[in-house]
Design a protein around this ligand. Structure first.
Ligand code: ADP
Length: 255
């Protein structure tokens, strides 16, 4: 189980994440929704251990920056950071060795096949189109097969085949008991079998609800999103306790 407890992250005077708390359950897919600048990438980078922040993040009871936690955590960044002078296959082998994987060849083949990169194995990072870079970024992130995988806008820049394949793959990981978090600002892209949604705005968690709760209220995700982020109709949606006093005063400043 992953817990984020009262995490605050400031960049200078900008409060990017403001006292955020939530948990991620094993075998579940959580969608982290929010407009641009809501703090989604910042909380993901905090969880993965890239940033300093105030508060506490634990992974199976280990602090997130310990080696025990790092073995469990995986991350697919929004923007690929590839090595221009390594080929596609060299990227994959480099990651396999960095994670001390054994018998990784079949897994590499499987991922490159599924994401239609098998015929690009000998291409260098800087010879790849943007979309191909995005697919290699995905293959590299999926290769170590972590128990907890955080994906920052993973569908952006992918072609329709890769989008379909990634959605299938995500469902397979969910069925296999992995803990998954996908951040996005595009609600329409969330048509896979998600279990929970966390809606962030202005660095805060504005709603944290299960799919069955939303469906039980007869709402779509889109309706919930606008209700929460634009204050349309008073919501009966469960908001975190610390957000309650803030509920009346939000929404005017971001237009
Ligand atoms: P999201 O992923 O939801 O679009 P971010 O986490 O990227 O949001 O950004 C949250 C806030 O933090 C924004 O106001 C953004 O401008 C600011 N921010 C993000 N990264 C940096 C940075 N490296 N330096 C300064 N401000 C940043």
């Amino acid at each position: 189980m992953l817990y984020v407890n009262h995490v605050t992250k400031k960049y200078g005077k900008t409060v990017a994440v403001n006292d955020v708390s939530f948990g991620l359950e094993p075998g579940s897919l959580t969608v982290l929704l929010g407009p641009n600048g809501a703090g989604k990438s910042t909380i993901i980078k905090s969880i993965i251990g890239f940033l300093k922040y105030d508060g506490e993040i634990t992974v199976n009871e280990f602090p997130n920056k310990t080696s025990e936690a790092r073995k469990i955590l995986g991350y697919i960044p929004e923007l690929p950071s590839l090595y221009p002078t390594l080929t596609v296959i060299e990227h994959m082998e480099f990651i396999a060795r960095a994670y001390k994987m054994t018998n990784y060849k079949d897994r590499i083949e499987m991922l490159l096949e599924r994401f239609e990169m098998a015929d690009k194995k000998k291409k260098f990072g800087d010879e790849l189109s943007k979309g191909m870079q995005q697919k290699l970024n995905l293959c590299v992130g999926l290769l170590p097969d972590p128990d907890i995988l955080l994906m920052d806008e993973p569908l952006l820049g992918l072609d329709p085949h890769a989008i379909k394949e990634l959605k299938n793959y995500i469902e397979e990981m969910r069925q296999a008991g992995k803990t998954l978090l996908i951040s996005t600002h595009i609600i329409d892209s969330v048509d896979m079998l998600w279990d929970k949604t966390i809606i962030m705005q202005d660095g805060q968690v504005k709603a944290n609800v299960s799919r069955s709760e939303i469906e039980g209220q007869g709402k779509t995700l889109e309706e919930l999103f606008f209700e929460v982020t634009e204050g349309l109709e008073p919501s009966s949606v469960k908001a975190p306790a610390e957000e309650a006093s803030d509920a009346d005063s939000k929404g005017e400043s971001d237009k």
